[in-house]
Write a protein that binds this ligand. Structure first.
Ligand code: SAM
Length: 190
């Protein structure tokens, strides 16, 4: 991420936005359970939101510096930080009660890698577990905010089919001018 972007994601303004915008939605859409995966925590303000509400959070971060800083900041809490690619996490299959990703999918470098990440979320969720997230939609403003940075927004029109191809059911997507929000479920065991 570029420096300005990183600074913003660690700011009190972003923490406030998450409390007033993300949290009410998150609390209404799914029971996250007690063993929650977060992919792409960055500086970890979304991790803070989760860790105050669930028993255990595992946060998978690709960027080594961000992962190291977050692990140091949250040492001794209910958060484990893993430095890994969320598309190939090395975490056990069928473990997590929910998988979450907040404003990170557009940082995954290609649609193919995003599809691999969806398949990995399906693999590590326990049957019946929820996959929930939010992400930016394509706009001039968002492009301007990602100069010298990765910006591969997910197309809301094809997103449901991509999640279903990864094995998810009960896919629900809402889109406004700046954001998409989604929920999906790994089908319960037969
Ligand atoms: C824009 S930040 C979002 C941070 C945080 N979720 C928030 O909303 O404040 C996106 C983060 O996703 C991470 N990321 C990108 N691709 C990833 C991958 N394949 N696996 C794990 N993390 C990834 C980036 O390094 C970055 O820290």
């Amino acid at each position: 991420m570029n420096e300005g972007h990183l600074e913003f994601l660690a700011s009190p303004g972003w923490a406030q936005y998450l409390e007033t915008n993300l949290l009410p939605w998150l609390e209404g859409v799914a029971d996250l359970g007690d063993d929650v995966l977060e992919v792409g925590p960055g500086p970890g303000l979304t991790t803070d939101l989760l860790r105050q509400r669930v028993a255990k959070v595992t946060a998978v971060e690709l960027d080594e510096q961000l992962a190291t800083a977050l692990a140091a900041r949250l040492a001794g809490t209910n958060v484990d930080v893993v430095h890994a690619d969320a598309a190939d996490s090395g975490l056990p299959a069928d473990r997590f009660t929910a998988a979450t990703c907040f404003t990170m999918l557009h940082h995954v470098e290609s649609p193919d890698l995003q599809d691999r990440l969806f398949a990995e979320m399906h693999r590590v969720l326990r049957p019946g577990g929820a996959f929930v997230g939010v992400d930016a939609v394509d706009s001039e403003l968002m492009r301007a905010g990602h100069v010298d940075d990765v910006f591969v927004p997910v197309d809301p029109a094809t997103f449901p089919a991509r999640l279903e191809a990864a094995g998810f059911s009960a896919v629900d997507i809402t889109v406004d001018e700046s954001q998409l929000r989604f929920t999906a479920a790994k089908p319960p065991a037969a």
